[in-house]
Write a protein that binds this ligand. Structure first.
Ligand code: MIG
Length: 651
């Protein structure tokens, strides 16, 4: 049962698609304090709190403060409160009670989940206007499914998007891309996607191609496609200000950019220098921007990633001027303890400067609304622009789309990647821990930058991360400019990587089937153990996952380990893979075990009565039933329901 409560006069977000009348009952569990703009309730000792999507820290969110305020912050450390997303749904559960809460409000909101006081959960608002949904159900899975039922079906990518993708900021030329394709081919590692980062564009202008470095682009797209590789270009939120650039000129002429109080277009800066931001919240502007993806689709492109859409702002012209003016005051001064730090802050805090988000306005549903009031909807609506356009531009064929910034509702139009992580072991663990949380909020096609985006990766980290990454729907190796190159063929362990990636392809029939069941049935693909097993020990496990109906994962995520402790909530069959066709099986009893896992091994635990189908890697994407083999633990292979559509047609 879902009830909707209203506080104040909330700005609609379109995240919930089911009509639910507002109830006049009192909001259960919570105490409401209008003056402090806070909702509070008492947590029991046993209560666990799961959800909130892409946030820092572990699976059980209890003990920290999380703020929904979409931020371009490449340091995903434990002390942070905000990342790129606002996914305001969580479930509180213990044996005694269980309920879900969705806080639908487009502005800043903080979730103090036992941080100030371990026994209190409080939600504080900048504006006390929100729709609060209370979800009651039979257990946590039922609560999640009911919630998913009101926010609409999750985005489904084309099946080839379950292949492996290689990315880098940036492959600078077509020849560099060819070299990546060649090297993967030589190494015998399958590859379905190569990502183009900002440098494919002409001076960072969206929907343009740099003709010098990527000549005859449509031919090049064709050439790569003939090799089985989809090129997937990045699209940035900011539109370069440049005379003669059609997107800029049309946007200005039609008034499609966000405006300052005085009606002038906001001048901000990102990669190309000065830009305007399209008003994605405005229906007409959104339709206009969405149509621009056609420029690249007409050249053969069938996948995109949307970046910098929090939006990230290097500076606004107005703030930059203010800073320059103030700098004069410091000139020739003896900068002391106070003034030096003021001076440093002045320049150092210029990007993503909070006040800048109050300098511009949207024309949203007929209202003029200051950006900070609807901040968390921006990336969502950029991706919605693309998704709505794809429905018209490509009515028969699914298009790959994922975004950096998000809000619940965006899950209908695209997936997400988990942003600029680092080549740290702790970020491999974070990747593991974020998967179920984003699934709860409807985001199924997701994955982190495998190997880590920032910092230099190491071979062992990349091996362990790839060993986990083969299970995530978005399976992409991506890294930042200036860091150690991390294409798999560059490492001594290239043959191990080959076995891992080929195992991924062998698993695609399973991953795709489970993905489709999750998308069509409002289920989760990744679950914490305690979502299915009721024993107290399962609720303590923060580094294992159930994936689909058949398997449990226990990834190794620490350095210099040749195994790990694994908790089995019931008897399971351990499958230790060296390759898709080279594995050992061992039935293990419920309880704690130390399980060996060398760098060249991947552990999969098959649940009792369940089946894990495997294809030949060559046929992973285009499954032929006859090629399937099945690993079973006391189960009949026929009991597994394989999802076999063509993987391309929209459904
Ligand atoms: O902040 O386009 O998250 O994946 O490689 C840098 C360059 C801007 C951020 C994205 C990252 C991408 C990078 N972008």
């Amino acid at each position: 049962m879902i009830r909707k409560f209203r506080i104040g006069n909330p700005i609609p977000t379109d995240s919930v698609v089911k009509e639910i009348p507002v109830t006049q009952d009192n909001l259960p569990y919570f105490e409401k304090n209008d003056e402090a703009k806070v909702l509070t309730f008492s947590l029991n000792k046993e209560d666990k709190v799961y959800g909130l999507g892409e946030t820092v820290r572990g699976m059980n969110k209890r003990g920290w403060l999380y703020t929904s305020n979409n931020s371009d912050d490449p340091n995903h450390t434990e002390n942070k409160h905000s990342l790129y997303a606002s996914q305001n749904f969580f479930v509180v559960f213990s044996n005694a009670r269980q309920f879900g809460v969705y806080v639908d409000t487009p502005g800043k909101v903080s979730f103090d989940i036992g941080y100030t006081s371990y026994d209190k959960l409080s939600i504080s608002f900048e504006d006390f206007d929100a729709d609060i949904y209370n979800v009651e159900g039979e257990g946590v899975m039922d609560i999640v499914s009911q919630f998913r039922g009101i926010i609409g079906r999750s985005y489904i990518p084309p099946k080839w998007a379950f292949g492996f993708g290689q990315s880098r900021w940036s492959y600078m030329t077509a020849d560099e891309v060819r070299e990546v394709a060649d090297k993967y081919q030589e190494a015998g590692i399958p590859l379905d996607m190569i990502y183009l980062d900002i440098d494919y564009m002409e001076r960072y202008k969206d929907f343009t191609i740099d003709e010098n470095s990527f000549p005859e682009f449509p031919k090049f797209v064709e050439e790569m496609k003939a090799r089985g590789i989809h090129l997937v270009p990045i699209i940035d939120a900011g539109v370069k200000n440049e005379d003669g650039y059609d997107v800029y000129e049309e946007g200005v002429e039609k008034d499609y950019f966000v405006k300052k109080e005085n009606g002038e277009n906001l001048v901000a800066a990102v990669w190309p220098g000065k830009v305007h931001f399209p008003d994605f919240l405005n229906d007409e502007a959104r339709a206009w921007f969405g149509n621009k993806y056609k420029v690249l689709m007409d050249q053969g492109i069938d996948g995109f990633w949307n970046d910098m859409n929090e939006p990230a702002i290097f500076y606004t012209e107005d703030h930059l001027n203010e800073v320059f003016e103030k700098l004069d005051d410091y000139k020739g001064k003896n900068l002391d303890i106070k003034s030096f730090f003021e001076f440093k802050d002045l320049v150092g805090s210029i990007d993503n400067y909070p006040e800048d988000y109050k300098r511009f306005y949207h024309d949203y549903k007929g209202m003029k609304i200051r950006h900070d009031k609807v901040h968390n909807l921006f990336g969502y609506n950029m991706t919605r622009a693309a998704g709505e356009a794809f429905e018209k531009l490509s009515p028969d064929k699914r298009i790959l789309m994922f975004s950096r910034s998000s809000y619940i509702g965006m899950h209908r139009y695209g997936g997400i990647w988990h942003g600029d992580n680092q080549s740290w072991w702790s970020h491999l663990l974070l990747n593991i821990q974020q998967m179920p949380a984003v699934n709860m909020c409807g985001f199924l096609y997701t994955g982190a930058d495998i190997g880590g985006f920032g910092s230099d990766t190491t071979e062992d980290l990349l091996l362990r991360w790839t060993a986990f990454g083969i299970f995530t729907p978005l399976f992409r190796n991506h890294s930042a400019m200036g860091t150690r190159r991390q294409e798999l063929y560059r490492f001594d362990a290239v043959d191990v990587f080959k076995n891992f990636v080929r195992l991924r392809y062998a698993l695609i029939p399973y991953l795709y089937s489970e993905f489709m069941k999750a998308a069509l049935g409002d289920k989760m693909l990744f679950k914490p153990l305690c979502f299915e097993y009721k024993d107290e020990r399962s609720a303590q496990v923060e580094d294992q996952l159930l994936l689909g109906e058949s398997i449990m994962l226990a990834p190794v995520y620490t350095q210099n380990a040749s195994g790990r402790y694994v908790y089995l909530p019931e008897d399971m069959k351990l499958v230790r893979f060296h390759a898709f066709d080279d594995y050992d099986e061992e039935v293990m009893s419920a309880g704690d075990h130390y399980v060996k896992a060398e760098l060249n091994e991947i552990l999969v635990f098959v649940r009792k009565g369940r089946v894990l189908p495997l294809a030949k890697p060559e046929n992973g994407i285009n499954t032929k039933d006859s090629d399937m083999s099945f690993i079973c633990y006391e189960a009949d292979p026929d009991s597994y329901e394989l999802y076999t559509d063509d993987g391309i047609s929209r459904i």
